[in-house]
Design a protein around this ligand. Structure first.
Ligand code: RM4
Length: 260
């Protein structure tokens, strides 16, 4: 068990990649605190997405709490960590995963779309990382922070001019936090998912031509699944990566390197 008795905090943990990270962490022996925002629809049968993930984790014999809040607000991260410590006594791992990507053309993009994307993806990552690292420093036993950056930290998207800079920022945040937090034994790394089929891009990939184009560009021949990313997050969070900090791991099926 790679995360035996660890306490893992996952932002955006009720759906998509975050949900997979929460489940994978529980399967590896962790108790999990899940942040979610406005996810009350009954999208998983009778239960909401967050009730469903809490139930799945408890069915694995691990503990789970769900804390609602918009990570764009600084107090959300502070409250999330407080509630986690109240419930489980400590924090060992942060998966800073919450993110949005409302695809939009550049020239007519409203300020609200740009500003909300920056607020959630970059400001949110900064605030929740700060809150978790403060608790880890107080605990004095180190920790691991894994941020969900993206292939889009390295390449662009014509409909993602608001989004790609935030993912580059998250990547850079982890590099600087690795330096700032290394003295406390806190490791900071990022994963860079490629095109992973989730709610985030369901509408975009409902265009069958685009879905086929993206799939054709991927050397492994398929879009990614959330658990493909979650397994890499578990590795970076675990003691197997004990000497890895300031690093980033592409999880993209070879998409980034595939020019021809
Ligand atoms: C990723 C990449 C994918 C897109 C998601 C939303 O960074 O651009 O192609 O589907 O974002």
């Amino acid at each position: 068990m790679l995360l035996e008795n660890k306490v893992v905090v996952v932002t955006g943990g009720s759906r998509g990649i975050g949900r997979a990270i929460a489940l994978a962490s529980a399967r590896e022996g962790a108790d999990v605190a899940i942040n979610y925002w406005g996810d009350n629809d009954e999208s998983y049968g009778k239960a909401s997405a967050v009730e469903s993930i809490v139930g799945e984790i408890e069915a694995l014999g691990r503990r789970a709490i769900a804390v609602e809040g918009n990570v764009a607000e600084r107090d959300t991260g502070i409250e999330l960590i407080r509630r986690t410590v109240d419930a489980f006594g400590h924090v060992d791992v942060l998966s800073s995963n919450a993110g949005i990507c409302p695809f939009h053309a550049f020239l007519d993009m409203p300020a609200s779309v740009y500003e909300s994307t920056v607020a959630v993806n970059l400001n949110g990552a900064f605030y929740v990382t700060q809150a978790a690292a403060t608790q880890m420093k107080t605990q004095g036993t180190g920790g691991a922070i894994v941020a969900t950056s993206s292939i889009s930290a390295l390449v662009g998207g014509g409909m993602q001019t608001h989004y790609t800079p935030t993912k580059a920022g998250v990547h850079s945040l982890m590099q600087s936090c690795a330096i700032a937090l290394g003295p406390y034994g806190i490791r900071c790394n990022s994963v860079m998912p490629g095109t992973i089929a989730t709610d985030l891009n369901a509408e975009d990939l409902s265009d069958t031509d685009k879905r086929a184009y993206m799939t054709k560009r991927i050397p492994l021949g398929r879009l990614g699944e959330p658990d493909d990313v979650a397994q890499c997050v578990v590795f970076l969070a675990s003691d197997r990566a004990r000497y890895v900090t300031g690093a980033s791991l592409l999880v993209d099926g070879g998409l980034f390197v595939n020019l021809q």
